[in-house]
Design a protein around this ligand. Structure first.
Ligand code: ACO
Length: 378
């Protein structure tokens, strides 16, 4: 099928069928394999959601325990990855460290080109388990601290905060972070998921596909927006500066980070849940300034952009929620990847099970046929 039109940004184009996720951008609905995101945020854990995405059903108690055991066993990093992290610490940003660690894990896995469903699930769990260790290790090392060993008695999210800070999170902190992980786990056919699928469609391995996805998530129009929101709120500084700062930004033709979405034409349900969690944290936090300023910014933008379909997206409140959890801003996007690894790998399971090479066309609009001229005559 060829066409004389270009689907810029592939807007409105279905590039795959999926059983994983459904979004209604008009109603603000987000459904993971039949379950409403509000229900999952209220009742589930990140590990249960990971199982759901990999198996298209929630686990029973024995299955959940088996997955938790598997994730715990996969937490430690290969020796080479630890040594390289020590070598490069402080020289690259954490997102690159994450990308690099995925490539190293792939290089060291003799089964990496085994694309059977069972082996792909092993890889999916391995990458999910290792990413928190990579980020926590990198963050400790860059502060001149030794890495904190994972704790078998803590769940996936609480263990990350433990390894990152060397302090066990309280119940609220652990729950808020776990819900943030659930909210970021999956989101249908976004840019990073698509890039993972393009890589996998050549029958390249899952590690390479995930490295592609991480590179794609990094950009400020996608997952990089959460760090950009932090920088924006930081630059605004006080409520009084909001109008002048936003006016100047829009006058320069720039975008307000954390606002707008290709699919949602109402508030992103993940932003609604994160705002609620933000209020819970702020009630007991000594560091609520960014959250309060984000609320003021959101209210100002609602008035300023009234009539335009521009509402807060997931990145808008994740920045100030992570800030209240004491997480440094350059980890916000890597944390997004640390959660989305489950959705990426789930889509890859679908892609490998029913693969077709992704090879679209481009509409040529260059020069007509030209006579070749030897270099001496040009
Ligand atoms: N600030 C100001 N204006 C905006 C914004 C924004 N954040 N987003 C869109 N607009 C405006 C555009 O300038 C355009 O205006 P115009 O019609 O007058 O030219 C109109 O809204 C439509 O914008 P598009 O670029 O067509 O919308 P698109 O679907 O391509 O953009 C995107 C979606 C990239 C997310 C955009 O809203 C944006 O840049 N937001 C800021 C970055 C961000 O928060 N990204 C995270 C998204 S969520 C995620 O990936 C996890």
């Amino acid at each position: 099928m060829t066409s004389e039109t270009v689907a810029r940004g592939l807007e409105g184009v279905n590039v795959a069928a999926t059983k994983l996720c459904r979004i209604d951008g008009q109603k603000g609905e987000l459904i993971y394999s039949g379950y409403d995101i509000y229900d999952l945020a209220d009742h589930s854990t990140f590990e249960e959601v990971a199982f759901l995405l990999w198996n298209l059903r929630l686990p029973n108690a024995a299955e959940l325990t088996a997955l938790q055991d598997n994730l715990r066993a996969e937490r430690p990093l290969p020796d080479l990855a630890s040594r390289i992290l020590r070598e490069i610490v402080g020289q690259i940003r954490p997102m690159r460290a994450l990308e690099m660690s995925v490539i190293i894990s792939g290089a060291l896995d003799p089964q990496s080109s085994d694309l059977t469903n069972a082996q792909l699930k092993v890889t999916a769990a391995r990458l999910t388990a290792r990413m928190p260790t990579v980020l926590a290790t990198y963050h400790r090392l860059r502060q001149g601290l030794e890495p904190v060993a994972p704790r078998d008695d803590l769940g996936h999210s609480a263990n990350f905060l433990w390894m990152l800070n060397g302090r066990e999170p309280n119940e609220l902190e652990a729950r808020v972070f776990d819900v943030a992980m659930i909210l970021h786990a999956e989101h249908e056919m976004n840019a990073s998921t698509f890039s993972a699928l393009v890589t996998a469609s050549t029958l390249s391995d899952m590690y390479s596909a995930i490295a592609s996805a991480i590179g794609t998530l990094k950009g400020p129009l996608h997952g990089g927006a959460n760090e950009a929101v932090y920088k924006l709120v930081d630059a605004i500084g006080t409520e009084q500066n909001i109008p002048s700062h936003v006016e100047a930004l829009l006058a320069r033709g720039e975008r307000v980070m954390g606002i707008g979405h290709r699919v949602y034409k109402t508030t992103d349900p993940r932003a609604i849940i994160l705002e609620k969690l933000g209020h819970e944290l702020a009630a007991v936090s000594a560091d609520r300034k960014y959250f309060d300023l984000s609320l003021k910014l959101r209210d100002y933008l609602a008035r300023k952009l009234e009539g335009k379909p521009l509402y807060p997206n997931v990145d808008f409140f994740s920045a100030s929620v992570y800030k209240m959890l004491g997480i440094p801003s350059d980890l916000y996007t890597p944390i997004f990847a640390m959660s989305r690894i489950t959705g990426w790998t789930a889509h890859l399971l679908e892609q490998y099970a029913d693969n077709r090479l992704v090879r679209p066309n481009a509409l040529y609009e260059g020069a007509g046929n030209r006579e070749y001229v030897e270099i001496a005559s040009r």
